[in-house]
Design a protein around this ligand. Structure first.
Ligand SMILES: Cc1cc2nc3c(=O)[nH]c(=O)nc-3n(C[C@H](O)[C@H](O)[C@H](O)COP(=O)(O)OP(=O)(O)OC[C@H]3O[C@@H](n4cnc5c(N)ncnc54)[C@H](O)[C@@H]3O)c2cc1C
Length: 489
């Protein structure tokens, strides 16, 4: 593909932002369209920004069990996260509304905790994988006295026991990934947007001029897009990076990608609370808990942020919102408190502020046991959020050309773990567009694929009668949650 070619990217979440940044760096003429007014909302969920990437924080980690391809990708990303922090601090690149005191990455570590009595296989594989790659003593097991001493030397003892289990006579079981921490998600997106613009990428935001209405075709070749304001935009390559909306826009993704909901709760810690210091990022890592324990587990969380929000999420059940589309097929369709009843000409149901009872129960029992101080303080859930992931059946991303449609690519399928690659995933997308270095294991894993005889990691397309459909599960009204103490509903 000629460098002079014009490329359209649809979607300015992390896939779109990163792709635009790297395309522009390599000299392509790139225009990104997004239906959301990100210059106004600044990627803030509280300002109505409605995307997986628009959030207060996201976990960053290197350790990936035996998945060396993601471990290497994380290592590459984390190097750049540190560079981005340095670039911000130097005052060289400061997006509007941010200051050189801001950070986009907080390296407070990520601990993977378990209720087992011994380290689970996955955690052991994380230590082995990182040691094998030469990242010695970056993974510290809470059950290993030598690792505990190393943590103490690095002033990380509180991070090794973030829920102070030892004080209750319990042994924490987990591995602290000291290379990890968290991205300050909204600021990181703003930083990437600013950098992409600085190297020449153009961004068209808004519900009309920025919203993809349809693709343009010449025969089987996609020649660009038509936006909701009726304008046609030509491109030699169109890259769809519309997050959880992508499988709704592109029916060819049936069975490969699906929008699924995670349940997120924000609890405001008062500045005067005893927990303020303890849950701050200086003392508290990001954490996951019983991630591979099915519907009874799948928790993750963060230190309280500068506004006092302590965020905890549940992913043990991946809920869906199957809606029948014009072709008669049901597809899970993202719906949130910010959704309109109809979007892009497609019905999506009503907006949603309710919270799955199951998610609440699992979060509640975790907090009761691991952070009983919250109950003592009678702290309330300040906000709940249903946030939409784009899952593939095998949890690998999807970055490839769309079969049978020349000039069309997808960069999606984040499957709950793509944010950390904001600095570098676009470089890989551009390589793939250029058919360069295609034999790398990650690139192979991200190819367009169909489910064979293997057991899928995620069972997709279970439809409106399925057990995970939001219409079939019990929910709490948000008002109920706000009135009750977090731990006493
Ligand atoms: C609750 C939650 C927690 C997560 N936690 C982590 C974590 O801790 N660590 C981690 O690494 N990853 C995490 N992830 C995964 C990560 O956030 C996602 O993989 C990533 O943000 C997806 O980015 P995206 O660009 O694919 O989609 P999105 O961020 O959803 O962006 C898609 C964009 O497309 C736009 N769009 C949609 N339709 C159209 C249209 N018709 N026209 C124009 N624009 C359109 C949308 O407005 C949106 O801006 C989490 C995800 C969720 C949902």
């Amino acid at each position: 593909m000629e460098q002079a070619s014009s490329i359209i990217v649809v979607g300015a979440g992390i896939f779109g932002l990163s792709t635009a940044l790297h395309l522009a760096r390599r000299g392509y003429s790139v225009t990104v369209f997004d239906r959301q007014p990100y210059d106004e909302s600044r990627y803030s969920y509280f300002q109505g920004a409605d995307a997986a990437s628009a959030d207060i924080n996201k976990i960053i980690r290197s350790a990936y069990g035996g998945q060396a391809e993601y471990q290497e990708l994380s290592t590459e990303a984390i190097t750049t996260w540190h560079e981005w922090n340095a670039e911000l601090a130097s005052g060289q690149t400061v997006p509007p509304g941010m200051s050189s005191r801001d950070q986009v990455f907080v390296p407070n570590g990520n601990i993977s905790l378990s209720s087992d009595t011994e380290l689970p296989t996955w955690e052991l594989a994380c230590i082995e994988g990182m040691e094998k790659a030469g990242h010695h003593n970056t993974q510290l097991a809470t059950t290993n006295p030598y690792h505990c001493d190393l943590a103490a030397d690095r002033a990380l003892s509180s991070h090794m026991d973030p829920f102070q289990q030892r004080s209750r006579g319990k042994q924490p079981v987990g591995v602290l990934d000291t290379t990890g921490g968290m991205a300050i998600a909204d600021k990181a997106c703003r930083f990437a947007l600013h950098k992409a613009r600085a190297v020449g990428a153009r961004f068209v935001f808004g519900s009309k001029a920025g919203c993809l209405q349809s693709l343009c075709y010449e025969g089987r070749k996609v020649t660009g897009i038509i936006t909701r304001d009726g304008h046609m935009h030509n491109a030699s390559m169109t890259i769809l990076a519309c997050g959880a909306v992508t499988p709704v826009l592109l029916p060819e993704l049936d069975g490969l990608c699906e929008a699924t909901a995670g349940s997120v709760m924000l609890i405001k810690i008062p500045t005067k609370s005893q927990l303020w210091e303890r849950l701050g990022p200086e003392n508290f890592p990001t954490f996951t808990f019983n991630v591979r324990a099915g519907s009874a587990g799948g928790l993750y969380g963060f230190p309280r942020n500068e506004d006092g929000y302590f965020k905890i999420g549940y992913r043990g059940t991946k809920y869906t919102n199957p809606i029948r589309h014009r072709d008669g097929k049901e597809r899970s369709t993202p719906v949130t408190r910010w959704s309109k009843a109809e979007r892009d000409g497609m019905p999506i149901g009503t907006h949603l502020t309710d919270f799955p009872r199951q998610a609440f129960r699992v979060i509640q029992s975790f907090l009761d046991e691991y952070l009983p101080e919250l109950q003592k303080e009678g702290t309330q859930a300040t906000t709940t959020r249903i946030c939409w992931y784009t899952d593939t059946f095998d949890n690998h991303f999807l970055i490839d050309r769309v079969p049978g449609k020349e000039g069309l690519m997808v960069a999606t399928g984040g499957s709950g773990h793509a944010f950390k690659y904001l600095p570098n995933i676009g470089n890989w997308v551009v390589d793939i567009m250029e058919n360069s270095k295609m034999d790398r294991p990650a690139v192979q894993a991200w190819r367009w694929r169909t489910l064979g005889k293997e057991q899928p990691v995620n069972h997709l397309m279970q439809g409106s009668h399925g057990p995970r459909a939001l219409g079939n599960i019990a929910v709490h009204k948000e008002s109920e949650l706000k009135q009750a103490s977090v731990t006493r509903l």
